[in-house]
Design a protein around this ligand. Structure first.
Ligand code: NDP
Length: 246
């Protein structure tokens, strides 16, 4: 279903990005996988290549404007990207009074600037070819807020706002935009919380006895749905949560 489509997935070294790589490889997509942990990307690429998938690894820190610009030019020279899965993100949350300014900046750099750098890397080429799809992964935190997650929620509200604006601007260039808003998914994301008390509280809440949260493949399936609709349909937003999550 995605044969010949060139798909760039950021944050492909674990969680949702990794599951999406597996899902889209099975559907015939040609993948470019990015993240900082090159070894993990190499292992995944080897696994997918062994099944016949076309996979390239391009390690990059999405918060580096220069590196993202250079990678964008490289991808364009190689024929361009048809679909961007703009997924890399981090969640070092804490109460605002804790004043962890470096972590606020890290979330803003990765979750907002990184998303914009990836858009900038592919959107002009898509617009020129009048064909493309940009899928941004925001969060349930793009629609509501939680104590200790003010800056994270701020970054995800920003991704949702950027996505909706981009959708309106891009459609005249044949480029579709989707914002995926997952609830709790079983990934390594809570490990990015450095505030011990908050990390333990988040994990206790996510993994409370008897609760069933989403699997990364559930979000990969939602992404697959969004990018395989006929050309006249724009799946603008998908909001997916475990039934136990308010
Ligand atoms: P993971 O921690 O498993 O994955 C995060 C990915 O982002 C990793 O591949 C990581 O790779 C990459 N990443 C982080 N920082 C950078 C960076 N500076 N440069 C490049 N890549 C980076 O978590 P998830 O799979 O859960 O997260 C994926 C997205 O889903 C995020 O945007 C997250 O906010 C969002 N989300 C997750 C939810 C959940 O409950 N898990 C709920 C709602 C949204 P590496 O460390 O190798 O660079």
């Amino acid at each position: 279903m995605l044969e010949g489509k060139k798909v760039w997935i950021t944050g492909a070294s674990s969680g949702i990005g990794e599951a999406t790589a597996r899902c889209l490889a099975k559907a015939g997509a040609e993948l470019v996988l990015s993240a900082r942990r090159a070894e993990r990307l190499a292992v995944l690429a080897a696994e997918l290549s062994a099944t016949g998938a076309k996979v390239r690894v391009e390690p990059v820190d999405v918060s580096s404007r220069a590196a993202m610009q250079a990678l964008g030019e490289k991808l364009e020279e190689a024929g361009g990207i048809d679909i961007l899965i703009n997924n890399a993100g981090t969640m070092p949350i804490s109460p605002i009074l804790a004043g962890r300014v470096d972590e606020w900046e890290q979330m803003i750099d990765v979750n907002i600037k990184g998303v914009l750098y990836a858009i900038h890397a592919v959107y002009p080429g898509m617009a020129k070819r009048k064909d493309g799809h940009i899928v941004n992964i925001s969060s349930i935190a793009a629609r509501q807020t939680y104590q200790s997650a003010g800056v994270y929620a701020g970054t995800k509200h920003a991704v949702r706002a950027i996505s909706d604006t981009l959708r309106k601007e891009a459609i005249r260039y044949g480029v579709r935009v989707t914002d995926i808003q997952p609830g709790a998914v079983d990934t390594e994301l809570p490990d990015s919380i450095n505030h011990d008390k908050i990390r333990e509280a988040v994990k206790a809440n996510m993994y409370a006895e008897g609760s069933e949260i989403l699997k990364p493949s559930d979000i990969a399936n939602a992404i697959f749905y969004a990018i395989t609709q006929p050309a006249y349909i724009d799946v603008s937003e998908l909001h997916i949560r475990p039934v136990i999550q308010e």
